[in-house]
Write a protein that binds this ligand. Structure first.
Ligand code: NOJ
Length: 531
């Protein structure tokens, strides 16, 4: 494998297209909007954009319910707009990664219409149809991620069908080779158009237990937790057959060369590693979401990094994520001051970082009043704080009306402080979060130790996490103060140059001890080994 593949050295940026930039005044972002804002991404210094689904969809799950895999939803534009975006992105040196949703289609997909129409339909077996139990109850206890039974009875079909998510998102039957072929054709369609890779949705759900046994109860479930967590999903998630399917997808990508396949799987580290595939025949990057769920505490983070690094298969490339369109924003989880430290962590760890749109300006979750709720998860399971609207609000670009996002009525409200917390303001502020992200990405690009060097944990206590990134005789020390009090660290070898502080000022002159201000992260060059 080429050690310098673009998806290893570069930073990936997730665009949530509904909320990036609107150009036609309907209050929803579109492809021309992404195109208009490409310069923001170029200035930020990222290498690739991953765009959440843009395909025709009834939008019951905001694009994750696809009714045609090989076209663009009119809300976002047309194929011609996509081609123009792709051409402009490539001309600007940016790769484009699309979102592939193989686990389920929309219930409006023609395949599903065909499948439910008759038991004799050639596509009947493309979905998972079962009779109920005697008496009519659903076939087993499997629960939808969005609450309620994962089985819905369809009057036309006269049977239940399985859906890991909404009832409007019927699961495809990946044990059927025709499904595999049809979905691999989808990948080819977009690769032929020139896309650079895919983020593959909900891959851990792709295959279910062949014997369809009940999931066991989760003894740790408490009211207030997501309903699906009432069960340990040992029969519905991470089933052995998934890896053969991933291999098929990877095989398609490999025929094109220089592409990336990224898998979305929320799994413990040991299970996640299998998604690299035997002999790395699976995903290049099985998403590592563990920074999202780990306590923001130096020892916990150090242990996560070491466990993850140790578990990686030979040659498997790491990756790190602080947030996405499904999870609370990092600045809300740990506070704005520590979000700067988190940015330094994300961009100095070994492995590909993915930034979620808005992280680079320190966006926080936006409270959504009940009357404005859009997310079906919140609608199905209200009041538990599971809704994802707060993390999907539009990008604030300027101090103008609706922050320059739209001239219409935005589909979700903007952050209340959008007149001050916006991209334009931060561009002009040399100490802003945006300036920090730019500086970190630039430094990562300039220092091979950061982009491809080895990782070694140097120090951890209850307050500070410090590690070294090293390539040849180049050594960088990253010291992160994860408290709001001054901390002092005695480095294992003297530092000779301070490269970057999260304060974006000139740090104190170097001493034997490193003085970290409250909530400060520092990147220091340390002396090479003396021969
Ligand atoms: C994961 C996606 O990120 C999420 O937004 C979606 O609701 C589910 N998969 C279902 O596709």
């Amino acid at each position: 494998m080429d050690v310098n593949a673009w998806w290893q050295t570069g930073v990936i940026y997730q665009v949530y297209p509904r909320s990036f930039q609107d150009t036609d005044g309907d209050g929803v972002g579109d492809l021309d909007g992404i195109r208009r804002r490409l310069h923001h991404l170029v200035d930020l210094g990222v290498q690739a954009i991953w765009i959440s689904p843009i395909f025709p969809s009834p939008m019951r799950d905001f694009g994750y319910d696809v009714s045609d895999y090989c076209d663009i939803d009119p809300l976002f534009g047309r194929l011609a707009n996509f081609d123009a975006l792709l051409a402009d992105a490539h001309a600007a040196g940016l790769k484009v990664i699309l979102d592939f949703v193989p686990n389920h289609t929309s219930d409006r997909h023609p395949w599903f219409a065909d499948s439910r129409s008759s038991p004799n339909s050639p596509k009947r077996d493309w979905y998972i149809w079962r009779d109920g139990k005697p008496g009519g109850a659903p076939p087993n206890n499997w629960e939808s991620e969005f609450g309620g039974s994962a089985w819905t009875f369809d009057q036309v079909a006269g049977q239940y069908y399985y859906h890991a998510y909404l009832k409007e998102q019927p699961d495809l039957n990946w044990r059927n080779p025709q499904v595999q072929d049809a979905m691999c054709d989808v990948l080819r369609f977009w690769f032929d158009r020139g896309v650079d890779g895919f983020r593959v949705d909900a891959i851990h759900h792709l295959v279910e237990d062949e014997d369809e046994r009940d999931n066991p109860a989760n003894p740790d479930w408490r009211p207030g937790m997501p309903p699906a967590d009432r069960w340990l999903q040992t029969r519905t998630v991470d089933q052995p057959g998934v890896h053969e399917c991933i291999k098929l997808m990877r095989h398609v990508a490999d025929r094109y060369g220089n592409k990336v396949m990224i898998g979305e799987a929320y799994l413990p580290i040991d299970q996640l590693m299998a998604y690299y595939g035997a002999d790395l025949s699976g995903f290049h990057l099985p998403f590592n979401f563990h920074l999202i769920s780990t306590d923001w505490q130096p020892r916990a983070i150090a242990s996560l990094i070491e466990t993850y690094e140790a578990a990686l298969p030979q040659g498997g490339w790491p990756n790190w994520v602080l947030g996405n369109h499904d999870r609370a924003r990092v600045a809300s989880r740990i506070g704005p001051a520590q979000a700067r430290v988190a940015a330094m962590l994300l961009l100095t760890l070994r492995g590909t970082p993915t930034i979620y749109q808005g992280e680079e300006i320190g966006m926080q979750d936006v409270p959504i009043p009940p009357s404005l709720v859009q997310d079906p998860f919140e609608r199905n399971v209200p009041g538990l704080g599971l809704g994802r609207d707060p993390v999907r609000t539009p990008m604030p670009w300027t101090s103008e009306r609706h922050a320059g996002f739209t001239e219409g009525q935005p589909w979700l409200p903007l952050n209340a402080d959008a007149d001050v917390l916006n991209v334009a303001r931060q561009i002009d502020d040399p100490r802003s979060m945006l300036s920090l992200y730019r500086a970190l990405i630039r430094l990562r690009g300039n220092e091979a130790a950061l982009s491809v060097g080895a990782f070694r944990l140097v120090h951890v206590d209850d307050h500070v996490l410090a590690y070294e990134r090293r390539i040849a005789d180049q050594r960088l020390l990253i010291a992160l103060n994860m408290t709001d009090r001054v901390q002092v660290l005695r480095p294992p070898r003297p530092a000779c140059e301070a490269l970057l502080s999260t304060y974006l000022d000139h740090p104190d002159p170097l001493r034997d001890d490193i003085h970290l201000r409250a909530d400060e992260g520092l990147i220091l060059r340390t002396l090479p080994d003396v021969a």
